[in-house]
Every structure is written in structure tokens, then in C-alpha cells.
Design a protein around this ligand. Structure first.
Ligand code: MTE
Ligand code: MO
Length: 566
């Protein structure tokens, strides 16, 4: 028979992968509306027509680029919010060129590198804007290498997003600074504390400016110190991504695992006292807009990092202006010299490199507050989404995660699997009970109180537990937490899946291959492995140590015929 020539096939070389949904970013869109069967190839070519490109280039040249930073002692800082014209110019620069596309890290395979994603588009945008920002990517990376633990997992090189590996997430109930996760939306500003100034304006009676010395003046502002867990709403996002692809921008939707949460002791002052020092709010001011000094690029528009918190939260003394983290000055990467810590809220509100607070009437219209960190209804769909349809994520719900063992791991044990992890609840609630299941969530064991770290109103609890497990084979270990208000977690990812891939707070499930050494056959088999000096791994290969001999098999078959004759 003749072998068919390669060219005779009309399949693509990756046909099988494509058909099985394993490279879905290459899959064409199927349009079945109005009786059509048109196939549109996705993604379209991003290159602009030369005519439009030339027009944008002219605009960019007219914009006369390179924003100069007017403030001495403030590196990698450009003031955008006070200068709408400057924002427009930067927008023109960004729309005049073609930049590297955002990589598809949800449908295509996630790269096996560290950093996982380089952030080429963000780097190129910063270079294109120029001035202070041209050196931001290299400079920020140097700070990462200086301040963070060498074992950090770098999800995104620039803007830097990184988390500790699982074994170090809960190795201490208070996270060491070098291991605390980092989430940035831009370059790391370098602010000289002697040149630092915090501006408080908007709807306050007496707008004022404060130096670090003013804020540290204990006769004016009493100190506050608290143990607080900061959790990013993206924590455990990888589970949502693995289930269905959602929005895929690499900064807003960074593919976090379970380490985008950390706990530290913060020292500073209550924002409420500073507002009082400004004579309090006027008229119907109800929100405080918080400004971070770096540049954030969203949809090719630039801004400073701006969000807001309600006055009610500030009034309750639950918003700290902090300058110390675990007894040390704030690391540069965590907001030096001054940051906000909003207790029990999504991390996004805890603004780093704080330089301005503005009292306003309604929640901020800045993109991070108004257009991101929104929790959409599952079925609203990509094409119907408006910012008003999403719940603004503020207080974090109850959540938990298993840090050991790892999913797909083979665990040998004597009838109990030793598990470790964390549990957390936002809004001033705390974990009261952590439960584990070895049977996919049918029966639950409570972790004894002594095996949970100390309770705190604003902090997580780490835990360890010997989970009874009789079976040998694939099992699903599940962890869930009940907080002091008896809130608990949805049981599966799908139940709370959302387009923005936020707040993966469902019970944490891991698949583990349990090898129970209390079983006699298992013991014998493992002894055989040892005798024959055969490796135990990998689990997936055919039995390398023969079970029964042919003789034993034939003897058995005689005594127990395989067929039934009558
Ligand atoms: N100025 C500024 N503040 C910021 C951010 C940022 O990018 N810029 N990221 C926010 C987000 S989304 C989180 S989760 C926390 C993370 O704090 P950390 O980096 O100190 O862990 O900082 C918040 N504050
Ligand atoms: Mo976050």
C-alpha cells in the first residue's frame, strides 16, 4: 500500500490538539446566527492600516512626548491626575504604535519559566512614554531581586507580580517581608522620605499637606499597630482559568495560585485622625480617593493608581496609613515610605506609594475602582458587560487553601495524610473552624483548635492536620472554612466562576494518589520494590515488579476457572 504524501492531508499539524480544545486560542469562531456557518479566524491581524498609522504618528510627534517629573526626590513618578493634557499626550503616543500583544496564557499553554510572563506590552508602553518611565521595568526588577526571597515565583516580571512557593506560604503565621506576595500595576516608585509629602484635599474643611515627620508626630496622631492579612482578589485564580478561560489581561488577571495572600504586623496611624486634623469632611463627602504614585496603563490610557474606600470604613478606624511592616520600614516594593492598609478588604484598596487622599462624594471613577475588580454574574457574558453590572469587590469572603500535599502528588502514609494550609475571612470576621475531607467533600473532619494558629479579627489562621484516609487510589482532598458568622465556601469552582476570574473562594480541592501503607498488600509490594532496587516513580508506568509468577497464576486459574461453562 502506498503511504499517503504529507501534502495530501488538509489537516493542520496540530489538528488533534485543536479538536480537543487544547489550543483553543487558535480555534476559529463559529457563527451560526441567521443560518450562517461562517468561520471567522481569530485573532485578527492587529496591524493598523498604514494610513491610520501615519495619522497617529503625526499626533504622537505633535504630542512631544517624554513626561518630565517635576518633583525632586521622587523617582519613577509622574503626576497624571492633575494634568489631563499630559494624559492625552501619552495616549497619543501609545495609540501611534503597534505594541506586542497581551499573551494568551489561558487557552495556550502557560510557559514553564520564572518569570512566567515577561510583560512585554507593559515594558514597551513605558519605554514609549519615556522620561521617568523609560527605566521603570529594569529598575523595578532590580528592586525585586534585592528585596524579595530568591525562591519567589514570579508570575509577571513587569509590572511585578510574585508569590511565595506553596511550602513557604504558610511556613510562618506571620509572613516574612521577603516572602510576602507582591502585586504591582506599574513600576516601583523610589521616593525619598525627606522629600515626601502627603496631600489631603477635596471635600475636607482644611486641605493640608503632611511630611513623614508630621504623620509620625505622636502628640498629634496616636500610633496603631495590628496584624493584618492582605489578600488579592486574584488568589487561586488558576483554578478558575483551568476550568474556563475568562478575561485575559496579564496584570488585572494575573494567573495566581494560593500565595497571593500574606499576613504582617503593620504600624502607622488611623486615617480617620488625619481627616479630623483637616477639620473633617464637608457637605456630603462619603468616600476617600487614594492615590498611588506609579503609572498604570489601561486600554492605552495612563493614570496613577487610584481607588477609593467609603468613609464608614475610615470612621471605624479600619484604614491605616502604615510606614512599618513587621518591625521594619516598609520595603520599597510594598509602598515605601507610606501605604494604606484597609483591614478585611480586597488588597487592591491598600494603596502603596500613597501621595494623595481626596475626599469625594461617590466611589471613584478611576479605572481600578470603577472598571476592574468587579464581580460579574456568570451568565451576563462578555459582550453584555457594563461596569454597573459587577459588584465592586470590597470585603473579602471566607476562603481557605491546602498548601501540602500538592495536586497530582503521590502520598504514602500510615492511614493519615498530613495536610497544611491557610484559612481567612474578610470584613472583620475570622476562621472559627477549618474542615477537611478525604472523599471529595462528603464527610468532613474538623481541624482541632490547637492545630490552628491564633485567631485575630483581621488575620488568617494557618493550620496543620492529619487527615484520616483509608483508601488507596485517587482521592480528592477538600478544605473549607467556617467563619465566626457561620459563612462558608461554595463547594466547587463552577459555582462561583466569573468572567473577571476574581475571588476564587470555593472549597479548595486537590487530587492526590493515596498509598496507604497500613494495607498488607501495599506493604508487601513496597518491600518488593526495595528488594529489587526499583524506583517507585512514576506512578503511571506499568508494574515494574512482577506480581504473581506464571506458575502461581496457572495454579490459581485451575482452582478458579475464568469462564462459567453452564
Ligand atoms: N500604588 C499601588 N498600590 C497597590 C497596588 C498597585 O499596583 N499600586 N496593587 C494593589 C493590589 S491589587 C494588591 S493585592 C495589594 C498587594 O499588596 P502587596 O504588594 O504589598 O502584597 O496592593 C494594592 N495596592
Ligand atoms: Mo489585588
Amino acid at each position: 500500500m502506498e503511504i499517503r504524501k504529507k501534502s495530501a492531508s488538509s489537516n493542520r499539524p496540530d489538528e488533534w490538539m485543536i479538536e480537543q480544545g487544547m489550543a483553543a486560542h487558535k480555534l476559529p469562531i463559529l457563527d451560526q446566527s441567521a443560518g450562517k456557518e461562517t468561520i471567522k479566524v481569530f485573532p485578527p491581524n492587529p496591524t493598523r492600516s498604514p494610513r491610520i498609522k501615519r495619522r497617529f504618528e503625526r499626533l504622537a510627534i505633535a504630542a512631544n512626548s517624554s513626561p518630565v517629573n517635576e518633583k525632586a526626590g521622587w523617582g519613577i513618578y509622574v503626576e497624571w491626575e492633575d494634568y489631563p493634557d499630559k494624559k492625552d499626550k501619552a495616549h497619543k503616543i501609545l495609540t501611534s504604535q503597534t505594541f506586542p500583544p497581551c499573551p494568551d496564557f489561558q487557552w495556550g499553554p502557560i510557559p514553564g519559566t520564572n518569570p512566567v510572563l515577561p510583560g512585554d506590552d507593559f515594558k514597551a508602553w513605558h519605554t514609549a512614554i519615556g522620561g521617568e518611565l523609560a527605566s521603570a521595568a529594569d529598575d523595578s526588577w532590580r528592586t525585586v531581586l534585592k528585596e524579595k526571597h530568591p525562591d519567589m515565583l514570579h508570575l509577571l516580571q513587569f509590572p511585578y507580580n510574585g508569590e511565595p512557593p506553596k511550602r513557604l506560604v504558610t511556613s510562618k503565621a506571620i509572613t516574612p517581608n521577603s516572602l510576602h506576595f507582591v502585586r504591582n500595576h506599574g513600576g516601583i516608585p523610589l521616593i525619598d522620605p525627606d522629600e515626601f509629602e502627603l496631600k489631603l484635599d477635596g471635600m475636607v474643611k482644611y486641605p493640608k499637606k503632611y511630611t513623614m515627620d508630621d504623620l509620625m508626630d505622636e502628640s498629634k496622631f496616636p500610633r496603631m499597630e495590628k496584624t493584618i492579612t492582605v489578600q488579592c482578589s486574584g488568589t487561586r485564580r488558576i483554578e478558575q482559568i483551568s476550568m474556563y478561560a475568562g478575561q485575559g489581561d496579564e496584570v488585572p488577571q494575573a494567573p495566581w495560585a494560593e500565595g497571593a495572600i500574606g499576613t504582617a504586623r503593620y504600624k502607622g496611624i488611623s486615617l480617620k485622625k488625619v481627616i479630623k486634623d483637616c477639620g473633617g469632611l464637608i457637605k456630603n463627602a462619603k468616600h476617600l480617593e487614594l492615590y498611588g504614585a506609579e503609572t498604570y496603563v489601561k486600554d492605552l490610557h495612563v493614570s496613577n493608581y487610584v481607588v477609593s474606600v467609603p468613609w464608614s470604613k475610615v470612621k471605624a478606624n479600619e484604614v491605616i496609613l502604615a510606614w512599618e511592616m513587621n518591625g521594619e520600614p516598609l520595603p520599597k516594593i510594598h509602598g515605601y515610605p507610606l501605604r494604606v492598609i484597609v483591614m478585611g478588604y480586597i488588597g487592591a484598596r491598600s494603596v502603596k506609594w500613597l501621595y494623595r487622599i481626596k475626599a469625594i462624594k461617590n466611589s471613584s471613577l478611576a479605572p481600578v475602582q470603577a472598571r476592574e475588580y468587579l464581580y460579574f454574574n456568570q451568565q451576563v457574558g462578555k459582550y453584555n458587560q457594563r461596569p454597573i453590572d459587577g459588584i465592586q469587590i470590597q470585603e473579602m469572603p471566607v476562603s481557605s487553601a491546602i498548601m501540602s500535599p500538592w495536586t497530582n502528588q503521590v502520598v504514602m502514609h500510615d492511614g493519615k495524610i498530613h495536610c497544611k494550609g491557610w484559612a481567612y475571612s474578610g470584613g472583620g470576621r475570622w476562621p472559627e473552624r477549618v474542615e477537611l475531607s478525604a472523599d471529595g467533600g462528603f464527610s468532613w473532619y474538623a481541624v482541632p483548635e490547637e492545630q490552628l494558629s491564633k485567631k485575630g479579627k483581621w488575620s488568617w489562621r494557618t493550620w496543620e492536620f492529619d487527615l484520616p484516609c483509608d483508601v488507596e487510589g485517587w482521592i480528592e482532598i477538600v478544605c473549607r472554612c467556617w467563619d465566626n458568622s457561620l459563612n462558608t465556601q461554595p463547594l466547587n469552582v463552577r459555582a462561583a466562576w466569573n468572567w473577571g476570574l476574581h475571588v476564587t473562594s470555593s472549597a479548595h480541592r486537590i487530587k492526590v494518589y493515596s498509598v496507604n501503607k497500613t494495607r498488607k498488600l501495599t506493604q508487601q509490594k513496597l518491600a518488593q520494590f526495595e528488594q529489587n532496587e526499583v524506583d517507585l516513580a512514576p506512578l503511571t508506568r506499568y508494574d515494574p515488579v512482577p506480581g504473581l509468577t506464571d506458575e502461581e497464576l496457572s495454579k490459581y486459574n485451575e482452582a478458579h476457572p475464568r469462564d462459567a461453562d453452564d
